[in-house]
Design a protein around this ligand. Structure first.
Ligand SMILES: NC(=O)C1=CN([C@@H]2O[C@H](COP(=O)(O)OP(=O)(O)OC[C@H]3O[C@@H](n4cnc5c(N)ncnc54)[C@H](O)[C@@H]3O)[C@@H](O)[C@H]2O)C=CC1
Ligand SMILES: O=C(O)C(=O)[C@H](O)COP(=O)(O)O
Length: 375
């Protein structure tokens, strides 16, 4: 490795200097300023989901490594990167637990609002990957019924008990989406939550749809129409981010600013995964272990105080406070208009995942806590 190996990193990626500083000279740049002209001296580029990485960004630059500190990869033009022999990677599963924590808080809020209990629900999980499988595992542990829908995994035989989206709409009162955004192929997800889908979800009785995957798997107009009919919709991700539709924001039951994966642990995992892959590409073998860095860089667990009569729903709401994130988004949107969405993300205060929390006050949850710590 040359001492002047140049690494440009989105400045909103935590732990960048501590990790990538070991591998080269780090320049932190705000996402909005990452541009072709600024990459003329860059060997490795480390970005988030908001930076489109394609020919127009990288042509005539020396960039030979692109790392995305995210699970999603639709912002990378992988065909072009591969055609140029530019090594690309992302951070699979990095913040999967944070998204599960988000979904459990969302469901808990809905159950309280609709005066239902965990025993009343059957949860449809669309996309049985890192997030969907962890969600299913937790629901099963809690004795909550769930149905899985993952046609690509059904086709390869990785999932034998996959149901169709139609079956989920008939049999589930909660459906949570955890697919990537894809625009082509037999299982494309672009706007697959559309009029046809919503027409099948009878909202005469309470039904909850959660999208914490990607905004453009949802059709904006169809979503508004369904909310007008009385459907309960919770969105972390929105069509056309960051320019979200204020009409849709006013109709959802809860909405947040694409922060379901914004946990300190998730951010740390993402940065570590890219650090490890860049180190490998550079042929550096003595990388620092995840456990050692976790001990050094992550703060002490945060304290979550549970009252003596805490129910499972209030436990999940205490573990991650979705209501407060909804209020923040509404407030900044009112104050700042369309730029409010970006603002809420930029100044987000990362929370802790289950394993970064210490629960006190209700010993009955010790077993659940240890299950969640290892999710
Ligand atoms: N809101 C947020 O902050 C976050 C959102 N995400 C989003 O969540 C998505 C899922 O994350 P992971 O579970 O880690 O991904 P994953 O790649 O592990 O799993 C995705 C699963 O979706 C399945 N799938 C693909 N097309 C499908 C279709 N048409 N119908 C049903 N299933 C389909 C795949 O076969 C795969 O099993 C990511 O691609 C990302 O876009 C990820 C992290 C945070
Ligand atoms: O990991 C993903 O995929 C996500 O959606 C991220 O949580 C989004 O985070 P940023 O791209 O804003 O870091």
């Amino acid at each position: 490795m040359s001492s002047c190996y140049k690494i440009t990193v989105d400045k909103a990626i935590p732990f960048a200097e501590q990790l990538f500083g070991e591998l080269g000279e780090v320049t932190l740049v705000p996402a909005d300023s990452i541009c072709n002209a600024g990459l003329k001296q860059t060997d490795a580029l480390i970005i988030r989901s908001v930076t489109q990485v394609d020919e127009s960004l990288l042509k005539n630059t020396p960039v030979s490594f692109v790392g995305s500190a995210t699970i999603g990869t639709e912002h990378l033009d992988k065909d072009w990167l591969e055609s140029q022999s530019i090594h690309w990677c992302a951070s699979p599963g990095c913040n999967a637990v944070a998204v599960v924590q988000y979904v459990m808080s969302a469901i808990s809020y809905w159950l309280n609002a609709r005066q239902l209990t965990l025993d009343d629900i059957c949860v449809g999980i669309v996309g049985y990957g890192a997030i969907g499988s962890r969600l299913a595992k937790l629901l099963s542990y809690l004795g909550i019924e769930s149905l899985l829908c993952d046609p690509p995994k059904q086709a390869t035989g990785e999932l034998v008990n996959s149901h169709s989206l139609e079956q989920l709409t008939e049999q589930c009162n909660v459906i949570s989406f955890h697919t990537p955004l894809t625009k082509s192929g037999p299982h494309a997800t672009y706007q697959f939550i559309n009029h046809e889908f919503f027409n099948r979800v009878d909202c005469q009785i309470p039904k909850l749809i959660i999208n914490a995957a990607r905004g453009n798997i949802l059709d904006n107009e169809a979503a508004i129409k369904w909310c007008d009919k009385g459907g309960d919709l919770m969105l972390d991700v929105w069509p056309n981010e960051p320019a979200i539709d204020d009409s849709l924001l006013s109709k959802v039951m809860l909405g947040t600013s694409h922060i379901a994966g914004y946990s300190l642990e998730g951010k740390f995992n993402a940065s570590y995964q890219i650090y490890r892959q860049l180190a490998q590409v550079l042929g550096k073998t003595n990388i620092v272990s995840l456990e050692k860095l976790e001990r050094e860089l992550l703060p002490e667990p945060s304290l979550v105080t549970l009252g003596s009569g805490t129910s499972l729903t209030s436990l999940f709401l205490s573990s991650y406070d979705i209501i407060s994130d909804y209020q923040i988004l509404k407030e900044v949107y009112q104050q700042k208009g369309a730029s409010g969405f970006k603002f809420a993300r930029e100044f987000y205060n990362f929370g802790r995942e289950f394993k970064g929390q210490q629960w006190s006050g209700k010993s009955a949850f010790t077993e659940l806590k240890s299950f969640l710590d290892n999710l």
